[in-house]
Design a protein around this ligand. Structure first.
Ligand SMILES: Cc1cc2nc3c(=O)[nH]c(=O)nc-3n(C[C@H](O)[C@H](O)[C@H](O)COP(=O)(O)OP(=O)(O)OC[C@H]3O[C@@H](n4cnc5c(N)ncnc54)[C@H](O)[C@@H]3O)c2cc1C
Length: 417
């Protein structure tokens, strides 16, 4: 039976027409995904909550980017395969036309740029250097412009002018997002703060205390995160570079607190930031703790993943109402249990808050026996997990096996790549 695609007037029973249709469809869907990925890169404070937080939003952005690359790579191949039913020469000249056919060459240029800036995002190529990855990502702008020039030239698959309208609307969204990110957010999105104090928590961990330098100050919920850029000329690395950090303070404090562990060049250098120097803060982002969380909660933190819980516990202490929360704090040994004394202190003052330390070197990996031994009513609780990816995966599995529904298990990743 032959099927006709009415709008495009194609006979899909014919292999050549079918391949041609697939080629065009992969081009359109791939380009739409690319533009949507660009639109999602805006990072407008609080808007990320519509997507369940910035981490989730960026996962969607990555999936759209990866999907668009695969579809756009398939696009010329499918179109060329459709031509092979006529002749191999026809297929070759469709793929590699004379130099004057700029409409096709813009498509190729867009695709090559995409391969350059998107390939490092695939795990297959190993873990990229974050800053290099970020610079390469700037090729997305020229790639988008070239892809659109190509799409506007060939936009005749969908009925009437609808394809032009589609590109126009998506272009406005993508350009708006990029303009926010690189122009407006720098002018109106970033708040100026001054480093009031640098508290040395350990030899690889400081907690910065920041006070507003202008009239505007950050309005946030406990456990959210911000992008911080330091402007201290003496820093060995990371001057003016923005990095995401969770606020470890309570929103009820007049200052912001941010605990930073040295995990790379910039976070190592910031350990030596001087009091009095300037930083900018952009945010807040994320929604680790929902607006109206259930009363009975189980928190599982690993290493520096303690920061959202620290901020939340400090905030709950200020509120003073009784809670029903168990915090399992996973660290390698006693020496690495940062902020544990403060958390124990909060537990003595905040009714219903209990802190349980888990030491990997002595007790091995976190397991079901440890969890149910310390939290017998685990199945009645909502789980919140923040730590290194392997711990997040292990803990999510344990909570799920213990009977907590997936929708009640919330995780926060400190990795956005
Ligand atoms: C939502 C979130 C909350 C975080 N909260 C804290 C916190 O409270 N305390 C803390 O010590 N660390 C936190 N981090 C981790 C912190 O952002 C990285 O340790 C820091 O950016 C490392 O930068 P670097 O130049 O020192 O190291 P690099 O060697 O450049 O980076 C190490 C890794 O950090 C990540 N990273 C680096 N730069 C960025 C960036 N601009 N955006 C996103 N990821 C980046 C990458 O995964 C990279 O592979 C958080 C990360 C995220 C995503």
């Amino acid at each position: 039976m032959r099927t006709r695609l009415s709008g495009a007037g194609m006979d899909l029973g014919d292999p050549s027409a079918f391949l041609n249709f697939l080629g065009r469809a992969s081009g359109i869907v791939g380009a739409v995904m690319l533009l949507l990925a660009a639109a999602l890169s805006a990072r407008v404070p609080r808007l990320d909550r519509l997507f369940g937080g910035l981490t989730r939003l960026w996962k969607t952005h990555h999936l759209l980017g990866a999907g668009s690359l695969l579809l756009l790579m398939a696009h010329p191949l499918l179109l060329a395969m459709a031509q092979t039913t006529t002749s191999v020469e026809a297929a070759t000249s469709l793929l590699f036309p004379a130099p004057g056919h700029w409409q096709i060459w813009t498509g190729w240029a867009a695709l090559i740029l995409m391969m350059v800036f998107l390939a490092p995002s695939f795990a297959f190529f190993g873990r990229p250097d974050y800053q290099r990855w970020k610079y390469l990502h700037r090729l997305a702008g020229p790639a988008l412009i070239l892809a659109l020039a190509h799409a506007f030239q060939y936009g005749r698959t969908l009925p009437a002018n609808s394809e032009h309208w589609l590109w126009l609307v998506l272009t406005v969204m993508a350009v708006g997002a990029v303009a926010w990110r690189f122009v407006f957010s720098r002018r109106i999105g970033r708040l100026r703060y001054t480093v009031q104090r640098v508290v040395t928590v350990a030899n690889n961990l400081v907690e910065l205390v920041l006070k507003p330098a202008g009239r505007r100050h950050l309005d946030y919920d406990a456990g959210q995160f911000v992008y911080l850029a330091p402007f201290d000329r003496e820093l060995a690395a990371g001057y003016g570079e923005e990095h995401p950090y969770t606020l470890s303070s309570s929103p009820k404090e007049p200052v912001l607190r941010i605990a930073i562990k040295d995990l790379g060049d910039a976070s190592r250098a910031i350990q030596a930031i001087r009091p009095g120097s300037r930083v900018t803060i952009e945010g807040p982002y994320g929604q680790f703790f929902p607006d109206d969380p259930p009363k009975k909660q189980l928190w599982i933190a690993g290493g520096i993943g303690i920061t959202p819980f620290l901020g939340r516990a400090r905030d709950l202490l200020k509120t003073g109402s009784p809670v029903d929360i168990r915090l399992i704090y996973c660290v390698q040994d006693e020496a690495r249990a940062r902020f544990l004394d403060e958390l124990y202190e909060i537990a003595t003052e905040l009714e219903g808050f209990e802190v349980i330390a888990h030491y990997f070197y002595r007790q091995g990996p976190l397991d079901a026996e440890f969890l149910t031994g310390h939290v017998p009513d685990i199945i009645e609780r909502a789980g919140f997990i923040c730590g290194p990816t392997p711990l997040n995966q292990l803990a999510s599995r344990l909570l799920s096996t213990a009977g907590i529904a997936r929708k009640n298990i919330h995780t926060e990743e400190f990795e956005l790549l």
